[in-house]
Design a protein around this ligand. Structure first.
Ligand code: CA
Ligand code: CA
Length: 324
């Protein structure tokens, strides 16, 4: 299937999903923790509201404070212990603590908005039903009349602990830098294959808070939110072979480039449920270039008028010649 066909199919799926969703995916206020099994092999995502740090800093201390995060995850092939608390969200050094209840609609968990640093902050975790992929979307809405500059920090602590190996990054080497969109890591090359997708970072580091080791990826984003507008940071987590239920390092490395561009991410269906406006508000990815639909050319109204005129003139000329 070519790219455009896939996008058409994705658009169709979204339409069908929306129609079906109206009847089956009820919005529901739920308390945390929540375990979400999207149905792709054994994939399991465990969401909790504790596991921030005891230092009010995302990249130091121990994992014993409050804060929304993905506590752990299991790959499609049944490989558990991907994380020791991941994707907590820190705004100007303060962890995002969810309200007493969050919304769970299908496989989309939405927390907030919570007022932080003058911004209304909403955190959404979305879990794909057709791959071992989670989307983390942090939306900052500025209700004031002035622009607000803020720092967003996101630590991911790996379950692979001291055996963590950087197997590949998007730049082609095994070193994680701000130039990278993603990194594939493993536990000593034999499991816990994590694909951490954090493009457009202002800073990135490979040590975070301590939770059976400090190994992980800590991302920092400097974001300016214009007055009265919203801006978002979008990240992804992939487990195992990502879009294949058999876990392997080769599978993870082969699938990771699907995250290389926003167009590819959209084509994979990993922005499902996001509006065009929400996509446009994402600041840490390159622009999305919507494909030009291939359609049968049709004549505009002026085209029809011109064609009719030519036919009329042609008929008059023919009639005159016949009379002569
Ligand atoms: Ca760990
Ligand atoms: Ca690199």
């Amino acid at each position: 299937m070519n790219k455009f066909s896939r996008i058409k199919q994705t658009a169709l799926s979204v339409l069908i999903g929306s129609a079906i969703g109206a009847s089956v995916a009820h919005a529901a206020p739920v308390s945390l923790p929540q375990n979400i099994s999207p149905g792709f092999g054994s994939t399991l995502w465990q969401i909790t509201d504790s596991g921030g740090t005891d230092t009010n800093n995302p990249f130091t201390g121990n994992c014993s404070g409050p804060g929304l995060n993905i506590q752990d995850a299991t790959s499609a092939g049944g490989d558990s212990d991907a994380f020791d608390h991941a994707y907590s969200i820190w705004i100007n050094g303060v962890v995002f603590v969810p309200p007493a209840t969050v919304d769970l609609t299908g496989t989309t968990l939405t927390a907030g908005p919570v007022s932080m640093s003058g911004l209304n902050v909403t955190v959404q975790y979305w879990f794909d039903t057709a791959s071992a992929v989670a989307r983390v979307l942090v939306t900052l809405q500025n209700p004031t009349g002035s622009d607000i500059a803020t720092t967003v920090q996101i630590p991911v602590n790996f379950g692979s602990d001291g055996s963590t190996i950087y197997e590949a990054t998007s730049s082609g080497d095994t070193s994680m830098t701000t130039a990278d969109i993603w990194a594939v890591t493993s536990q000593g090359g034999t499991g816990e294959y994590n694909t951490t997708v954090v493009p457009g970072t202002s800073a990135v580091q490979t040590t975070v808070f301590n939770c059976t080791g400090t190994e992980g990826i800590g991302s920092t984003y400097n974001v300016s939110v214009p007055a009265g507008q919203s801006r978002s940071i979008m990240m992804f987590a992939g487990l195992g072979s990502i879009n294949n239920t058999t876990d392997s390092l080769a599978g993870a490395i082969a699938a990771a480039p699907l995250f290389n561009t926003l167009d590819s991410v959209v084509a994979q269906g990993w922005t499902a449920g996001m509006s065009a406006q929400q996509l446009a508000e994402v600041v840490n990815w390159g622009p999305y270039v919507a494909p030009t639909p291939t359609s049968i050319p049709t004549l505009s109204e002026w085209g029809m008028i011109l064609l009719s005129s030519f036919l009329a003139v042609g008929t008059i000329v023919t009639l005159r010649r016949q009379r002569q």
